[in-house]
Design a protein around this ligand. Structure first.
Ligand code: MG
Length: 257
């Protein structure tokens, strides 16, 4: 009898203890809520029918109709031509074109096509480029079976970063770049506070993963930083009279970040 009482008492005590230490559902929910953020609510954005079409909050820089948002890099009307199919084609020797608006941190979508007729080799085969802030070049080149220095092929940050893979399509096919660019920051005395960074998807494939840009693009010598403003023009390169055929762009849009 004594044994039974003792056992029952132990059981009651144990049950009480468990009940006390096990938190109830309400207190768990309360605890979890401490790490929930409900604001700011991300803005709803309507996507295009495909992820290459302009989303609702982007600035359409070129939609196949006009060059109103562009000028010659050195000033004046851009010399490139809009084809019947809405492609923007380089007129070789006419000079680089630049957006009238400046951009700092941004997401860029741009489509480009190398000429189907192969002319030139290595760096003269469809060479162009996208210069963020007018200085930092993401190379555009026909890199489909076209040996060249690898830090100068398509998807490279010219003379700075080799692409992780070669995601090039055949000449004559449209290709895409989707880019996340972080502008460099400078102290008020002009010294570099933090370098620019860039992530690039080439035809949907990651080729640059948040790499650090070492300074403005140099053909000869080492890159270095020079202070510039928070927002600068996006520039597209006319590689000049190099013997290659002119290449084209279309569907260019940017989202400021
Ligand atoms: Mg180039």
């Amino acid at each position: 009898m004594k044994k039974t009482i003792l056992l029952s008492t132990t059981l009651i005590l144990t049950t009480t203890l468990i009940a006390q230490t096990k938190p109830n559902q309400d207190s768990l929910v309360k605890e979890a809520a401490k790490t929930e953020f409900w604001e700011p609510v991300p803005k709803m954005v309507t996507t295009g029918k495909t992820n290459t079409e302009t989303p609702s909050d982007a600035i359409a820089l070129f939609d196949g109709k006009d060059l109103l948002k562009w000028e010659k890099e050195k000033g004046g009307q851009p010399g490139w031509k809009i084809d019947k199919d809405g492609a923007l084609t380089v007129v070789k020797g006419s000079g680089n074109i630049a957006t009238k608006q400046g951009f700092g941190d941004c997401q860029l979508h741009i489509e480009w096509r190398e000429p189907a007729v192969i002319a030139g080799a290595s760096q003269t085969r469809g060479n162009s480029g996208i210069f963020f802030m007018g200085r930092y070049e993401l190379q555009v080149l026909d890199s489909y079976n076209n040996p060249t220095y690898v830090n100068g092929q398509a998807g490279s940050i010219y003379k700075q970063h080799i692409p992780l893979v070669n995601a090039s399509k055949k000449p004559g096919e449209w290709q895409t770049y989707d880019v996340i660019f972080t502008a460099p920051r400078f102290y008020s005395d002009g010294k570099l506070q933090s370098p620019a960074r860039i992530t690039v998807l080439h035809n949907g494939i990651l080729v640059q993963n948040n790499v650090e840009i070492k300074g403005h693009t140099e053909w000869i010598g080492q890159p270095k930083y020079e202070v510039h403003s928070d927002k600068e023009a996006l520039v597209l390169q006319d590689h000049g009279l190099d013997g290659g055929q002119p290449m084209s762009y279309r569907n260019i849009w940017v989202r400021e970040l």
